[in-house]
Ligand binder design. Structure first.
Ligand code: PLP
Length: 454
């Protein structure tokens, strides 16, 4: 029964990213989801909800795709597992590596498979350290990330994350990590500053940090091409053009974390080429399998590969592997998923319906006294709320304005996300969202904002 499940849940289940004490007291109203189709999910109470966050920005092809379910079942029946150590593989993992590299930018060389985005970023840092050790640069190890970045919850990936919630009480960030200015134009200190000037300021802050630390100690700069969990923030005009020459000048690798942006979310297969970036390493996860099974990847460029190759010639096998690297079930899901993204034209759909969602949201809510900014790219949209538009004062976080609005949307059958820092409503629907479904999302948002803020 529902009551029994709730009891078991409270007694037994230690949930991720949850207020543990409130959950144990029964004050957190989580849903138990039992089914999904297209953009909709169904919970145990029989409610059907339009999931405008695709789980956690990951169910890119939508729910209930039998092609992927069948591929997983077939793989499980034929061969549920074999490892990828010492050059082993499965048909699925080898095929997926080829399909990923066919889609990756031309200068990229090979993909290492893991389980999720966090462990892929752990792998990336180890590869960067290995790279500089082989090059005889053992001091060049620090990684620069940005405030408001999200790169995962592991010891290193959680350190790279630039959100206080993920550091607090965990003794993070680790020593080897530094954070620089977030490219968050809306929340700039100086109102009069133009976007290009703000970008130049971000670049100057980065260069200053590199100078202070010493370029010979900095190995890599990690960034989401467009900030995700930190607030869904497209880069301001001129940002990447100002940042990348600094990295090149100081021999600092660029790790592009495409966990959210990869496989179509911004209306491009990958965001890096769209922003003119040529990353040395790319992180992929989420859209790689549309979350039908856990799988992630670290894609390395030819430049990095050449050094890794030399490293193992000198030192033997690379001492880094997971039992579940390139898990065949994840790989089978990935192969079926990438075929579906192509055959359904989902990258193109994200490039048209996504901007429609953002534009219609602007038309519906842009003039509201408590809506400060509506922004987005592809199928990734944010509505930022503000107490006072003119003086740019934010709501007291204790008022929990966004959680209230998101709850009011839930009562109207639409799921959005209260982003973890600031009053920001996030939208990252499955890439198969239709215009009619986008309209449903906008109506629910408008009504919920009116209910909570008038
Ligand atoms: N990197 C980015 C940009 C993410 O958005 C996330 C998760 O949301 C991660 C890394 C971590 O991925 P995972 O939760 O699969 O470990």
């Amino acid at each position: 029964t529902n009551d029994q499940l709730s009891q078991w849940d409270r007694d037994s289940f230690l949930h991720p990213s949850t207020h543990l004490a409130q959950h144990a007291r029964g004050e957190v109203q989580g849903r138990i989801i039992i089914g999904g189709e297209g953009c909709y999910i169904t919970d145990r109470d029989g409610s059907r909800l339009l999931d405008a966050f695709a789980g956690l920005y990951c169910v890119n092809v939508g729910y209930g795709r039998t092609e992927i379910a069948d591929a997983i079942a077939e793989q499980a029946r034929e061969l549920a597992y074999y490892h990828a150590y010492m050059g082993h593989g499965t048909e699925a993992s080898v095929t997926l590596s080829k399909m990923v590299m066919d889609r990756a930018p031309d200068h990229m060389s090979k993909v290492y498979f893991g389980q999720g985005g966090s462990d892929a970023n752990e792998t990336n840092v180890k590869l960067v350290w290995y790279y500089n050790n082989i090059r005889g640069l053992p001091r060049k190890k620090k990684i620069i990330s940005r405030w408001r970045a999200y790169h995962g919850s592991g010891l290193m990936s959680g350190s790279l994350t630039g959100l206080n919630l993920f550091h607090r009480k965990f003794d993070l960030p680790l020593d080897m990590v530094r954070h620089t200015t977030s490219p968050y134009y809306y929340r700039r200190d100086t109102r009069e500053m133009s976007e290009p000037l703000f970008s130049a300021q971000c670049a100057a802050d980065l260069e200053q940090l590199i100078d202070t630390e010493g370029a010979d100690t900095i190995a890599a700069f990690i960034a989401e091409p467009m900030l995700g969990t930190g607030g869904i923030v497209p880069p301001p005009e001129g940002y990447w053009e100002a940042i990348t020459p600094i990295l090149e000048k100081h021999d600092i690798l660029l790790i592009a974390d495409e966990v959210i942006t990869g496989f179509g979310r911004l209306g491009h297969m990958f965001a890096s080429p769209a922003y003119g970036l040529t990353p040395d390493i790319m992180t992929i996860a989420k859209g790689l399998t549309s979350a039908y099974a856990p799988l992630s990847g670290s894609i390395v460029s030819e430049k990095v590969w050449k050094v890794l190759e030399q490293g193992t010639d000198e030192n033997g096998p690379i001492g880094h592997g997971w039992t579940y690297s390139a898990h065949p079930i994840g790989a089978a899901a990935g192969v079926a998923n990438l075929k579906l993204i192509d055959s359904l034209g989902l990258v193109e759909n994200a490039a048209t319906v996504g901007p429609y969602l953002t534009a219609q949201m602007q038309a519906a809510l842009g003039d509201h006294a408590h809506v400060g900014d509506i922004r987005g790219e592809g199928m990734l949209t944010a509505v930022e709320l503000i107490a006072d538009r003119d003086s740019r004062t934010y709501f007291d976080p204790d008022r929990k304005i966004t959680p209230q609005i998101v709850a009011a949307m839930g009562r109207r059958g639409v799921i959005a996300r209260a982003m973890p820092q600031g009053d920001i409503i996030g939208f990252a629907p499955p890439l198969c969202l239709t215009r009619e479904e986008a309209d449903t999302v906008i109506t629910a948002t408008t009504e919920a904002v009116a209910e909570v803020l008038g």
